[in-house]
Design a binder for this molecule. Structure first.
Ligand SMILES: CC(C)(COP(=O)(O)OP(=O)(O)OC[C@H]1O[C@@H](n2cnc3c(N)ncnc32)[C@H](O)[C@@H]1OP(=O)(O)O)[C@@H](O)C(=O)NCCC(=O)NCCS
Length: 319
């Protein structure tokens, strides 16, 4: 490629200079390349923003992108787009640091997850996350004898989620605290609860449905691609406890983990006092591997954690 240009640098006048530097350098984490002072209080900071590209869009494309990502015209003549690994997480951080969320992460037809924000220095921002091909994309619903596992749909599921995730007893041994409807609506947007896995570090989240109602939700953490390892977790509405639904669901989830994702080792970590969950894990045939005495300071007290695991051969032998 032959060209005259060595670098694209976007120069922005920031009336709120200190705030803008703190936001783009410290919150978004763009490394400082240089900073200079000049006469009459002149100041400038240059931040390294990774690879630079110049996207030229005609008016029809400009309008189309706004429609897909925001649902209405939103961007001005110039929009600054940052590629990130986790657009939902970064968008949350930026909002905490003063950005205004214009549109939450939305899955685009070009397989990316894009959020829009208004940031300091008057910049209209995009955060885009390239999704790539899923490694695990089950055909939903995944049916078991009595249940169906399917993607969460927060609009449809909010009341059912709230019925148990607002309860103190359900949250006693899980990291989450009881949440109200608004907190759940934010936590359960599709971008934060994916139903496919694309890369290690992601979490698959599914609704468990029984006779048309969501009765619980389950998660599969994909810890490492190289180690082929993951971890399961779940919570169910107490109205549906004691009927084997959690066991039936967790078994199906192990199927997705071993047969679908091809994991070698799946773990579960249970608070020693959570005997109902330990019984679920043991019914599945997971082995107790370790008891970590008072290993975690959890919800105001030292907590002993019991670790369970199952290997791919053990899973196959049980089938
Ligand atoms: C953990 C949790 C899902 C367990 O729920 P559960 O109802 O005990 O589990 P299951 O749905 O598998 O039901 C099993 C019980 O139903 C009984 N049962 C009835 N019919 C059954 C069937 N067809 N198949 C299997 N078990 C059946 C079992 O005997 C068992 O009772 P037991 O444990 O007293 O022997 C539930 O306590 C919960 O949601 N807790 C809050 C969240 C949480 O702590 N999550 C785990 C974090 S590690």
């Amino acid at each position: 490629m032959s060209g005259l240009v060595k670098q694209l640098r976007v120069v922005v006048e920031a009336k709120d200079y200190e705030e803008a530097v703190a936001f783009y350098r410290d919150t978004l984490g763009l490394p400082e390349e240089a900073a200079f002072s000049g006469p009459d209080g002149a100041e400038v900071t240059i931040l390294d923003a990774g690879r630079a590209t110049l996207e030229l869009a005609n008016p029809a494309q400009h309008a189309y992108i706004d429609e897909v990502e925001v649902g209405r015209p939103a961007a001005g003549h110039v929009r600054v787009a940052f590629e990130v690994d986790d657009s939902a997480g970064v968008a949350d951080q930026l909002v905490e640091s003063g950005a205004v969320l214009v549109a939450p992460p939305t899955r685009t037809p070009w397989e990316s997850l894009n959020a829009r924000l208004d940031g300091p220095a008057g910049l209209h921002l995009s955060l885009f996350q390239e999704l790539g091909e899923p490694v695990l994309a089950p055909e939903y619903p995944v049916k078991t004898e009595r249940l169906a596992l399917r993607p969460l749909d927060v609009d449809r599921d909010l009341d059912d989620l709230h019925a148990y995730l607002s309860r103190e007893d359900v949250c006693r041994y899980i990291p989450a605290v009881p949440r109200d409807r608004e907190q759940l609506r934010k936590a359960y947007i599709p971008a934060k609860r994916p139903s496919v896995l694309r890369r290690e570090g992601e979490v698959l989240c599914l609704a468990v449905e029984h006779e048309g109602r969501l009765i619980g939700d389950i998660v599969l953490f994909w810890h490492s691609k190289e180690q082929r390892s993951g971890e399961i977790g779940y919570a169910f509405n107490p109205e549906f406890h004691g009927r084997g639904f959690a066991t039936e669901t967790a078994r199906a989830l192990l199927g997705l983990a071993f047969d679908g994702l091809g994991l070698h080792r799946v773990t579960a970590r249970v608070d020693e006092r959570n005997t109902a969950s330990a019984r679920v894990i043991e019914r599945l045939g997971m082995r107790k591997e370790a008891v970590e005495r008072e290993a975690e300071w959890f919800k105001g007290e030292w907590t002993t954690m019991v670790h369970y695991a199952m290997l791919e051969d053990e899973w196959r032998d049980r089938r």
